[in-house]
Design a protein around this ligand. Structure first.
Ligand SMILES: Cc1cc2nc3c(=O)[nH]c(=O)nc-3n(C[C@H](O)[C@H](O)[C@H](O)COP(=O)(O)O)c2cc1C
Length: 95
């Protein structure tokens, strides 16, 4: 039990969460609303950006950054817009 708590604490510290649970990115499902809901529940939401039009991705990142909660960004390296997505993620300093 003590070991489990130690691992939970470590996960929370790493993710900046209350519960060390990540919601895997799901294209067209893991949008801003889902990421916010997961984060509000104390877990770690991941924005599925790989299939988003670039301007949509930019707005989604801005919206999530305003919440000041940790979130992940998932991109797809074989997506047609990958280089533009990566440029946006770097510009917006998504860590
Ligand atoms: C509808 C749907 C869309 C998904 N889209 C992505 C995606 O865009 N990028 C990605 O890395 N994984 C994607 N996945 C994979 C999930 O993030 C996750 O890795 C997978 O469902 C396994 O989850 P589990 O480890 O909880 O079993 C998708 C899964 C589903 C069901």
């Amino acid at each position: 039990m003590k070991e489990l708590q130690r691992l939970m604490d470590r996960g929370n510290e790493f993710l900046g969460t209350k519960v060390p649970i990540m919601c895997g990115a799901m294209t067209w499902i893991s949008d801003v609303d889902l990421v916010k809901a997961v984060n509000d529940a104390g877990a770690f939401g991941i924005l599925a950006g790989g299939n988003m039009p670039p301007e949509f991705l930019e707005n989604a990142i801005d919206s999530l950054k305003k919440t000041e909660k940790s979130f992940g960004l998932n991109l797809i390296t074989i997506a047609p817009n990958y280089k533009e997505h990566l440029r946006i993620a770097c510009k917006k300093e998504v860590s």
